[in-house]
Design a protein around this ligand. Structure first.
Ligand SMILES: Nc1ncnc2c1ncn2[C@@H]1O[C@H](COP(=O)(O)OP(=O)(O)OP(=O)(O)O)[C@@H](O)[C@H]1O
Ligand SMILES: [Mg+2]
Length: 149
């Protein structure tokens, strides 16, 4: 299934992400795709809020992963910008986050680990539009969209 949303501000993106988070089962992996500054980390902060996490979410560009406990399990926010190859991701321990039964993973820069995403991954793509503050946000669990990351 593929759904397309338009958000007109960072707050609207957070609101959408928060709603998606509220209906997400443990064990779900999100590939959060989009260019530099598209709004991936804004989305992640709204997603965390939707899980009931009150801690501020910032970009884990240097730490690669930030882990946040919430009522039902763990939220893993990853930023793979600095990971060069799938092999270095495996060495880093990416499997723990791709197959985390007790948690939910949201992964920025998914193309860094092309080919490693498990079936059932949900791809979220954030695109800029002609309007400065409007984003097109596509949510897909279709196999061809995951395969093309
Ligand atoms: N509708 C919108 N949704 C999300 N962010 C928006 C929107 N409109 C404008 N913005 C702005 O776009 C920027 C998005 O920054 P953010 O750090 O979330 O991007 P990113 O995709 O995580 O970038 P990076 O690739 O550097 O990790 C913010 O400055 C935010 O205020
Ligand atoms: Mg980011």
């Amino acid at each position: 299934m593929k759904q397309v949303y338009f958000t007109k501000s960072p707050d609207e993106t957070r609101e959408l992400a928060s709603r998606i988070a509220g209906s997400t089962k443990l064990g779900t992996v999100f590939a959060l795709d989009g260019n530099l500054g598209a709004g991936k980390t804004v989305f992640a902060s709204g997603f965390a809020r939707g899980l009931g996490i009150t801690e501020a979410v910032s970009s884990p560009t240097f730490t690669i992963v930030q882990e946040y406990p919430f009522a039902r399990g763990m939220f893993f926010h990853l930023d793979l910008y600095r990971i060069d190859t799938p092999d270095s991701a495996l060495a880093f321990g990416i499997d723990e986050f791709l197959f985390a039964e007790d948690g939910i993973s949201l992964i920025e820069w998914p193309e860094r680990i092309r080919g490693l995403f498990p079936p059932g991954t949900i791809r979220i793509t954030i695109d800029r539009t002609e309007q400065e503050e409007t984003r097109r946000i596509t949510v897909s669990d279709e196999a061809e969209d995951i395969a093309s990351i």
